[in-house]
Design a protein. Sequence first.
Length: 321
Amino acid sequence: VTVDVEALAVAVKNGDRRSIARAITLVESTRAEDVALAEALLVLLYPHTGRGLRLGVSGVPGAGKSTLIDVLGRHVIAAGHKLGVLAIDPSSQLSGGSVLGDRTRMTELSRAKEAFVRPSPSSGASGGLSLRTREALLVLEAGGHDVVIVETVGTGQAEVAVTELVDVLVVVLLAGAGDDVQGVKRGLLEHADVIAFNKADGANLPLVDAARDELTSLYAWMRRGEGPTVVALSAREDRGVLELWQLIEKRFRALSASGELEERRRGQRRAWFLRALQEALAARLASSDSARERLDALREAVEAGEVLPRLAARQLADAVR
Ligand code: GDP
């Protein structure tokens, strides 16, 4: 099949859903012929990106991320936005050994014409994020989605990776799951803008309120009030979710006004460039048999402690021309 990249770019910019879906499939493809087409497409779309709000929603499986995004998304649409969601594909998500593939995720949102929900395969690494996630985000933005939500799994590494592509990060926690303390330890403090304790309903309510208060005072003590905002909400009952959206917007406006947003995005573009460079060099190495053999041999020698790692790296880099 031949792809008319220019026509596809125009259709994406017109917000054509099928074309947006096709464009994302193209950028996610690893087939050699698609890679060049994807790059050409992204070059055309790039000037039409970057004007909207990029929101990360992170948390362990079962925290209620997809329920929350479903409800939050409706508030976002009601506020007049066009919403894109890069959701974790449940068929690739594992929890305690059981596949959570039987769940229907974001059913309301999937039906809304103002929303485009795209399940993306979770690679397991970095909460399922890759350079492809960032590129899919650009396609959604070029397609007129002025709010894009990126969902990621886990606490710790995932948040660090997702901050390379979003403006505002919400981390969803469960009270009493040990998440709260663990999260603080593992870098959430640095990366989350909002910590949302979900499932503040029924018998769980006092537990959640207590967890929120505890974390709020911990942050106050550690950071003199500069830490993330801690909230309690119920995605299921749609309580506190509109307030969460207002908090996100307020945070985004403050970042824009102070110039911090542009500073963040500069850093993100730099990180993207360096990752893409690594990927390109690795692909170059893998494309030549002799380089690959050399790489394998050197890796063994490095593992065995026979060759200085930086020497091996430089020798391989010299071999790539
Ligand atoms: P995810 O894995 O983080 O996307 O979590 P899900 O959104 O699939 O939710 C996991 C489970 O928690 C589901 O059975 C939901 O119905 C339930 N759940 C989600 N939000 C709430 C909530 O606010 N209150 C209660 N009681 N249950 C919830």
